[in-house]
Design a protein around this ligand. Structure first.
Ligand code: ADP
Length: 260
């Protein structure tokens, strides 16, 4: 829960100071942006920097309020109450990070509402108990805005409870710096990977559901750093994860193999 070693995070804009001010003011914080843009890494970095414990929950369509609040479990011959991760964070004054909050079931949003406003409380309906948040508790969530089909939306009434920041792909210089720092590839290869990333990001006519994230470029860099052939690394770490469409795959493979 406490992060001992500094997670590497390259600051892109004002996110560090905004996060610190949100914390001081006990305001919940929402990170918006596509997958692989450093949102989780940023939150881990902030938890480390502020020396606060952090509990992360990766939300998915089955994540329910019970999963976060807690449930009765059977222990030997007894049933005992077990706090869920959100209740633990609220009581102990940790940062809770609900990654992809919009994916969770609707009862999660209902349960967290009183935590995200002046009340800062959590109602455990199964126990009939209201828990007031520890003063160090901070609510953080991420959300992938639904530019594409298939992503769930967050209601305005929920969104307006958060101090929010958009996370995007960094500019070419910074992205290359991240790839070098994360993988140890040389600068020339990192720059080539960024070029490939930006080229594919600009191919809007391909109709890709999600485009190349920094994560994919970092993965390609890692494979290159351990000695995998560069073209093969780009193919398996960047191109293949993007699409299963055969024509699109072939076109992307051809294009990228000329660039590395
Ligand atoms: P998200 O939570 O937005 O899906 P992550 O935080 O998991 O994305 O980032 C994916 C990867 O991209 C990280 O593991 C890291 O290698 C890299 N990354 C992206 N942005 C940054 C950044 N600003 N500083 C350091 N690493 C980054």
């Amino acid at each position: 829960m406490l992060i001992e070693k500094e997670p590497y995070y390259k600051t892109i804009g004002h996110e560090v100071e905004v996060f610190e001010h949100a914390y001081k003011n006990k305001l919940p914080f929402l990170l918006k942006g596509p997958t692989g843009t450093g949102k989780s890494r940023f939150v881990e970095h902030m938890a480390w920097k502020m020396k606060k414990p952090i509990i992360t929950v990766a939300c998915h369509e089955e994540t329910s309020a019970t999963d976060l609040l807690g449930r009765y479990i059977i222990k030997g011959t007894e049933t005992v109450w077990k706090d869920g991760p959100l209740t633990t964070a609220v009581k102990e004054g940790a940062i809770i990070y609900l990654d992809e909050i919009a994916e969770a079931r609707a009862d999660v949003i209902v349960a967290v509402h009183p935590l995200t406003d002046f009340r800062r409380s959590l109602y455990l309906d199964k126990l009939g108990v209201e828990v007031l948040a520890h003063e160090n508790f901070m609510f953080v969530a991420s959300f992938n805005p639904g530019y594409q089909k298939g992503f769930k939306e967050l209601k305005p009434s929920t969104r307006q409870r958060f101090v929010s920041m958009s996370f995007e792909y960094p500019n070419a210089k910074i992205e290359a710096e991240i790839i070098v720092a994360e993988t140890g590839v040389d600068e020339a290869d990192a720059k080539r990977l960024v070029k490939i990333g930006n080229k594919i990001r600009n191919l809007t006519e391909m109709g890709l559901a999600e485009t190349v994230s920094t994560r994919l470029l970092v993965d390609a860099g890692k494979l290159i750093a351990t000695g995998l052939g560069k073209r093969l690394a780009v193919k398996v770490a960047v191109v293949e994860p993007l699409t299963d469409e055969l024509d699109t795959l072939a076109a992307l493979k051809e294009m990228t193999s000329l660039m590395i």
